[in-house]
Every structure is written in structure tokens, then in C-alpha cells.
Design a protein around this ligand. Structure first.
Ligand SMILES: [Ca+2]
Ligand SMILES: [Ca+2]
Length: 104
């Protein structure tokens, strides 16, 4: 699997024609709390965890288990809501691990 990020491909046809294709891979986010992988952390991410709990979407434990206790449950939703409300800071969010992205 290609890591999350944006990839640009430049194609050349003849001497004067070039065009660029951009490919955005959404996947395991590198931003703490960004459970839906859209590179921002907001209430949609809390909703996304709730959907995962309800079985409506797939959410990897390494992304959705924000308190790091080994399960994705309502406590992770609550933690993210506290983070969004600035009641806790980013250090309270255990997942995902930082520093693995080459694309930001
Ligand atoms: Ca997000
Ligand atoms: Ca958890």
C-alpha cells in the first residue's frame, strides 16, 4: 500500500506537451486524531469513530484507538471531543504514532 500523501506524475508527449497528474492517497493519517484521513481534526473525526463503533466504517486500531487501551470505543470519541474542546492537549492522544510521514 502506498503511504498517505499526494503524488505528482508528469507526463511528456512530444516536445511541447506535458501534463501533470496528482494522486492523493488517503489512508492512515499522520495527524493525531485525524481518524477519517482528511488531514484536519474536527468533529467529523469523532463522528467517524462513532460510525466505526457502529460497524458502518472500517477503522484501524492504530488510528482510532486514541487512548491506546487496545479497543475502539466511546472513550475514544469522548477523548477526541475533549481534545476538540481544548480540555486536553495533543499529548493525551496516543495514536497514531508521530514522525512516519515523508509527505508533509
Ligand atoms: Ca479528519
Ligand atoms: Ca481506546
Amino acid at each position: 500500500m502506498v503511504p498517505a500523501g499526494t503524488y505528482d506524475f508528469t507526463l511528456t508527449a512530444g516536445e511541447n506537451d506535458t501534463f501533470t497528474l496528482s494522486y492523493v492517497r488517503k489512508g492512515a493519517p499522520e495527524i493525531k486524531g485525524d481518524t477519517n484521513g482528511d488531514y484536519v481534526v474536527n468533529i467529523k473525526d469523532a463522528t467517524y469513530i462513532q460510525k466505526a463503533i457502529a460497524g458502518l466504517v472500517d477503522l484501524d486500531l492504530s488510528v482510532g484507538d486514541l487512548d491506546g487501551n487496545g479497543v475502539i470505543d466511546i472513550n475514544d470519541v469522548t477523548l477526541l471531543q475533549k481534545y476538540l474542546a481544548k480540555l486536553v492537549d495533543e499529548s493525551a492522544l496516543k495514536n497514531p504514532p508521530q514522525g512516519e510521514s515523508e509527505f508533509f
